[in-house]
Structures are given as C-alpha cells and as structure tokens.
Ligand binder design. Structure first.
Ligand SMILES: [Zn+2]
Length: 251
C-alpha cells in the first residue's frame, strides 16, 4: 500500500476486524454490481470510497428525471446519459484509484454466466424478479457470494446467498422461481427516497464483510425493514432440499 492509500483508508485500517490485511483484500477485490439505480448508487459509491479495486456496473437504462429523487450517483446534468456511464463518473470523482467497467447491457443468463465467475462478490441491485432469479442461479452455479437488496414504497429487504456454505439457502429456496408470483413493477410504484439508500448501503456493508472475511454475513437470514415504523424483522431461512436451483450445485 502506498502512503496515500494508508491515509485514505486509515479509518478502515484502524479497525481490528479489517486492518492492513483486510484493506489489501478490499483493494484486490472485484465486485459486480447489477443495476445502477436506487440501490446500485449508494452501494457502488461506498464500494468505491472503501477502495474496492475493480467495480463492474451493468445496467441497460438511461438517467431519467424521475430517477434523481433517489438514485444518488446521477445528476441533473446527466439526464439522458447511460446510467452506467453516469455512475462511473461519480465513482471516479470519489476515488480515481478504482478501476470501473461500465457495461450498458441487460444482465441476462448468458452474460451472467460469463461475468459472475470473475467476481469476488456480486450485488443484485436490479428492480425485477426475473433478473434477481438469473443472478441467483449464476452465483449458485459458480459459487460466488451474492448480496440481494430490494426497496419499494416504505419497505426494504436484504439477504445474502453464500453458495460456499452448504447449509445456507439460495434466493430460490426463499422465493421459488416457478411459484405463481405477481411481478411488482418497481418502475411504476412509489419509493421513499432513503429506503434505497439504507438498503444499498447495507449491501455494500455485507459485500465488504464478505471480502474481508469478518463478522457474520446475512446468509440464511432475510432482514425486512418497515420504514414507517423503522422496525426490522429477521427471518431465519433454511435451505430447501428440493430447491430447483441449488439442489445439484453445492459443495
Ligand atoms: Zn436454493
């Protein structure tokens, strides 16, 4: 680590759980962030400020005026630009050391199966169920840990899928992909602005813990926040023996 890095990351290095060794792990990590919107903005900003060496952002969307109320990586001046390029500018301004790859595409199964194996940790910051299921399947197949966040109206959810742990459930163990399910169109529903900030920041926290190997991750637990009462509910989720996604792809 250079003298500048020792200064920049000194408040991490002072933490017994991180220290120089943990910060080196962060500097050497590659995080794949699916979605550069409400959750992806704070998540990627914290990953960049914390010094994650390489961040890949993927999103096929462009910045719209209605995004700015909560998607804090974007600015009024960048309305109309691609979200990944806009977010990349914000991350670069915050920490020029970080290597940022901006991919303007939809993260489908083929793309995910190519890119997920290169990541240390994956963050699902997408706004739809189909993408979340595809990201979960790719992470289970390649045994890459995944942090899933969601926020809608005044409600937030977060969990971790850690396919390296044989006891921990995957996302499909909790929400089976074949179950009858009415897709919630996040793009057309209201969202209380700070909810995405809270959940996205927590996703960054879980990702950094997984990278450093400190604390206890949310694998096997689903946390739900009711933003009106600011009350958390924690559910312990067992692995489902007959889950269609993780049944055959476990250590
Ligand atoms: Zn499963």
């Amino acid at each position: 680590m250079t003298d500048d890095q020792l200064l920049r990351y000194s408040r991490h290095i002072m933490l017994d759980d991180i220290g120089i060794e943990g910060q080196e792990r962060i500097l050497n990590a590659h995080v794949l962030v699916i979605g550069a919107g409400g959750l992806g903005s704070p998540a990627a900003l914290f990953l960049a400020s914390a010094g994650v060496g390489r961040i890949t952002l993927v999103d096929d969307d462009a910045v719209d005026l209605t995004n700015l109320q909560r998607q804090i990586a974007h600015t009024s001046a960048r309305v109309g630009e691609s979200k990944v390029r806009s977010a990349a500018q914000a991350l670069k301004a915050l920490n020029p050391e970080v290597r940022i790859e901006a991919v303007q595409a939809r993260a489908d199964s083929q793309w995910l199966n190519e890119r997920v194996p290169q990541a240390t940790v994956v963050l699902d910051c997408s706004d739809n169920y189909a993408t979340r299921q595809a990201v979960n399947a790719a992470c289970v197949n390649h045994r890459i840990p995944l942090v899933i966040g969601a926020a809608i109206r005044f409600d937030g959810q977060i969990t971790v899928v850690d396919p390296r742990n044989a006891q921990a459930p995957c996302y499909a163990c909790i929400f089976p992909p074949d179950a009858a399910f009415e897709e919630t169109q996040c793009s057309t529903l209201g969202v209380f602005a700070p909810m995405v900030g809270i959940m996205g920041s927590m996703q960054a926290a879980e990702a950094l813990k997984l990278i450093v190997g400190c604390g206890e991750s949310l694998a096997g637990r689903l946390l739900m926040l009711d933003g009106r009462s600011m009350e958390w509910t924690a559910l312990k989720i067992p692995r489902q023996e007959h889950c269609s996604v993780c049944r055959h792809a476990r250590p």
